[in-house]
Ligand binder design. Structure first.
Ligand SMILES: [Zn+2]
Length: 209
């Protein structure tokens, strides 16, 4: 049964989003964003463990699914609403898992996405920032020379630098590696969370800055 809410299908006045069509959340937990404001669904949400320890950053879309599944609850919201056929939901800014999840140290999967995140979408040779689509991964010690695909040997790299370096080490190619690549640690993660959340005051008390 459809529940009529005071605010109907109109989003509440909010910050900087304008009075455009609301996003929708289907009863089965599928979340659909209206084309006019995809940014709302992609906005970052801080994920806390049941113990309030920050463990991850996800997108609004994923956070809503976790809430609808009863896996997480909102701790902070941002005064925007999305609507399902059942109810209006405040868009979360911080969510907390309802049951404790053991997070091993350095549990971050080695993936292109995480390498780019660690290197902040910045080419580790020319130090310029690029959109993810304009970056590739470079094996600092080339694979052909026994270089492995590890956190310590993979860096974000723009195509220009990648071509220039070719099958050589940075020393041989005469280009400088900006900093030694390291695995994701809790410290790195927390720094990244602060960076990602720097515009959201509500993240501060969970990240202690
Ligand atoms: Zn570069």
């Amino acid at each position: 049964m459809e529940m009529r809410l005071k605010h109907g299908l109109r989003p509440r006045p909010n910050i900087g989003l304008g009075g455009v069509a609301p996003d929708s959340v289907a009863a089965n937990g599928q979340v659909r964003a209206s084309a006019s404001r995809p940014s709302v669904m992609q906005a970052p949400v801080l994920v806390l463990n049941a113990t309030f320890e920050p463990i991850n950053v996800t997108a609004v879309r994923r956070a809503l699914v976790l809430m609808l599944k009863g896996v997480a609850q909102a701790e902070e919201t941002n005064h925007t609403e999305v609507h399902s056929t059942q109810k209006a939901i405040q868009v979360p800014s911080v969510i907390r898992l309802l049951s404790y999840r053991h997070i091993p140290q350095q549990s971050r999967a080695l993936s292109r996405k995480n390498i780019l995140l660690r290197d902040r979408n910045t080419c580790q040779f020319c130090a310029r920032a690029f959109p993810a689509s304009e970056l590739t991964l470079d094996h600092v010690m080339p694979r052909s020379r026994g270089g492995r695909s590890t956190w310590e040997n993979l860096v974000a790299c723009c195509y220009t630098c990648n071509n220039r370096k070719g099958d050589r080490t940075p020393e041989e190619a005469g280009i400088k590696l900006q900093r030694r690549p390291r695995p994701f640690t809790l410290h790195t993660s927390r720094q990244l969370m602060r960076l990602i959340g720097h515009r959201d005051e509500k993240w501060r008390k969970y990240l202690f800055y």
